[in-house]
Design a protein around this ligand. Structure first.
Ligand code: ADP
Length: 189
């Protein structure tokens, strides 16, 4: 198995770049944001509870996302590997992921962290909000709150992987294709 974490603030381009990695490496894409939005669309209790937090730009509780990831890992035992997108977003989630993967006899191979300046993130998210229909992309205050949550709770997760010698940092500015080339180089390094 090859397991990658695609990491970066909201609007860094994780979802976009995941699509290329899926195409070329045949990995399964696990985006906790997508999984939560499916729960909301299906009108589940979990979705209902998550929605108000997501709309406010706050993280949903660790046990909720860890539970979703656990069930996806267990239901795909023959996957070639996984791309984790938007997860782990806290140190507790990173710890839980290590434990889950250990139980499957595998581990994270590398974290690719995409750096994008704050103003560029805000511009990209507001642009995406014009046609994505995502409420959390349409309000500058909510976008700023998400970036705050990222700085406070998520940015430290990079050090968790740095300490394991697994962190690869790349510049997230440029064309989609040129960023993908940087990611490929980082994965192969
Ligand atoms: P973005 O990266 O653009 O913020 P996501 O789709 O990854 O978008 O996440 C949208 C929202 O879903 C987050 O603001 C948060 O409320 C919730 N969420 C997604 N993944 C996690 C996670 N791993 N832990 C906690 N909350 C999460």
């Amino acid at each position: 198995m090859v397991n990658l974490v695609l990491f970066g603030p909201p609007g860094a381009g994780k979802g976009t770049q995941s699509q290329y990695l899926i195409r070329d490496m045949g990995l399964l894409h696990l985006s906790t944001g997508d999984l939560l939005r499916s729960e909301i669309a299906a009108g589940t209790k979990l979705g209902l509870e998550a929605k108000s937090l997501m709309d406010a730009g706050l993280l949903v509780p660790d046990e909720v996302v860890i539970g979703m990831i656990k069930s996806k890992l267990q239901s795909n035992p023959n996957a070639a590997g996984f791309i984790f997108d938007g997860f782990p977003r806290t140190i507790a989630q990173a710890d839980a992921l290590d434990t889950l993967l250990l139980g499957l006899g595998t581990s994270i191979h590398c974290m690719i962290s995409m750096a994008v300046p704050r103003q560029e993130l805000i511009d990209r998210l507001l642009l995406r909000g014009q046609d994505s229909g995502r409420a959390d992309d349409q309000d500058r205050g909510i976008i700023e709150q998400r970036i705050e949550e990222y700085m406070l709770k998520t940015a430290p997760v990079a050090d968790y992987y740095r300490n394991q010698g697994k962190l690869q940092e790349i510049d997230g500015l440029g064309t989609i294709q040129s960023i993908y080339q940087r990611i490929q180089a980082a994965v192969n390094a």
